[in-house]
Write a protein that binds this ligand. Structure first.
Ligand code: IPM
Ligand code: MG
Length: 372
């Protein structure tokens, strides 16, 4: 029996292209693993009304962790239009399967490192090294939403909050509401993860990014939780910034920041910006990490127009494989993979189109494998 059972979830679009690239590298590293395919994505939404079938969740529960390619996510109405005609009357509601996986497996920590590999022509500047900790299960993406607003919900909010009344003039049928529910436990946890990482990797500060001057309750809870946690790490400074200003400062002074921590939506925004500073989504890896399970995925989407063309840059996926190896405590393999990736980027001979080259997704992976 192999040492690890790993759920293999290509998903949509270029997901499959980059998973093939991952496999070339994993095989070259001789990771002692068995990979089990799982159905997930748009096909299963269209034909079954569920992009994350229960059989996939059951299979994942028998594995150590999962590697995930990419997913197509569309707003509710657009998604409903693409359902098979026989399913249209069944009131299926689309919900992003990756967001659901994060919630169902309580993968509370989304780790998103953004490091400028030397010699990457797409680096905003050389030497940038950022890591984002994004709370992954609640906050603005918690999924508690309403449209139209049910009368009971309106009434109870109206009873408890003076600012509710003014919305009534539009009519409940014209009101949409998405909540931002955050718990002290999850705020403390994500900040703790960030500080632990900073301690382990020698960062001198952790920046907590929110907007407590406006989002006084949720943002306030995040900042207070961060201050509490920071007391346990006397050698590391806590910096507090607002999301709007942080996006500007990150562009202006990217070297001032190391580890950043944020709520779900703010972390989503911040991590795309940070990715662009180090070459774009082609270099952005991520790990959705819980207490006992983890799902590793590149930050990029499914880029349907490139599906099956083996054009896209697999570096994000290969860096994601590195994160998985770290999590599995396969230190040597992780180190070797990182060095090989750095070598291939620095040499600059084999490059995908985004880097100005003509090589395919799989040629990049083979070149990395050759350099291991
Ligand atoms: C990400 C993506 C997802 C998210 C989408 C595809 C639901 O943008 O992983 O950053 O918003 O979390
Ligand atoms: Mg995103």
């Amino acid at each position: 029996m192999a040492k690890y059972r790993i759920a293999w979830l290509p998903g949509d679009g270029v997901g499959n292209d980059v998973m093939e690239a991952a496999r070339i590298v994993l095989d070259a590293l001789r990771l002692d693993a068995e990979y089990i395919h799982g159905d997930i994505g748009w096909e299963f939404w269209k034909h079954e009304g569920d992009p994350l079938p229960q059989r996939t969740i059951d299979m994942m529960k028998t594995t150590k962790c999962a590697l995930f390619g990419a997913i197509t996510s569309k707003p509710k109405e657009e998604a409903a239009e693409e359902l098979d005609s026989g399913l249209k009357s069944k009131k299926f509601v689309y919900f992003s399967p990756i967001v659901r996986l994060r919630q169902e497996f309580n993968l509370h920590t989304n780790l998103r490192p953004c490091k400028a590999y030397p010699g990457n022509p797409l680096n905003f500047k050389e030497g940038i090294d950022l890591v984002i900790f994004r709370e992954n299960t609640e906050g603005m993406y918690g999924g508690v939403e309403f449209y139209p607003l049910p009368a009971e919900v309106f009434d109870v909010l109206d009873k408890h909050h003076p600012k509710m009344k003014k919305f009534l003039e539009y009519g409940l049928e014209n009101l949409a509401m998405s909540t931002r529910i955050m718990s002290r436990q999850k705020c403390s946890n994500i900040v703790t993860q960030a500080f632990e990482y900073a301690k382990k990797h020698g960062y001198k500060s952790v920046t907590v990014v929110d907007k407590p001057n406006v989002l006084r309750e949720t943002g306030g809870l995040m900042i207070r939780s961060a201050r509490e946690v920071a007391k346990k790490y006397p050698g590391i400074q806590l910096w507090e910034t607002n999301i709007d200003a942080q996006t500007m400062w990150l562009l202006k002074n990217p070297f001032d920041y190391g580890v950043m921590v944020a709520e779900n939506m703010f972390g989503d925004i911040l991590s795309d910006l940070a990715a662009q500073l180090v070459g774009g989504l082609g270099f952005a890896s991520s790990g959705n990490i819980g207490d006992n399970y983890a799902v590793f995925e590149p930050t990029h989407g499914s880029a349907p127009k490139y599906a099956g063309q083996y054009k896209v840059n697999p570096m994000a996926m290969l860096l994601t494989v590195k994160l998985m190896l770290d999590w599995l405590d396969e230190k040597k393999k992780s180190h070797d993979l990182d060095s090989a990736i750095a070598l291939v980027i620095r040499a600059g001979k084999v490059r995908t189109y985004d880097m100005g080259g003509k090589n395919s997704t799989l040629e990049i992976a083979s070149e990395v494998a050759r350099n291991l």
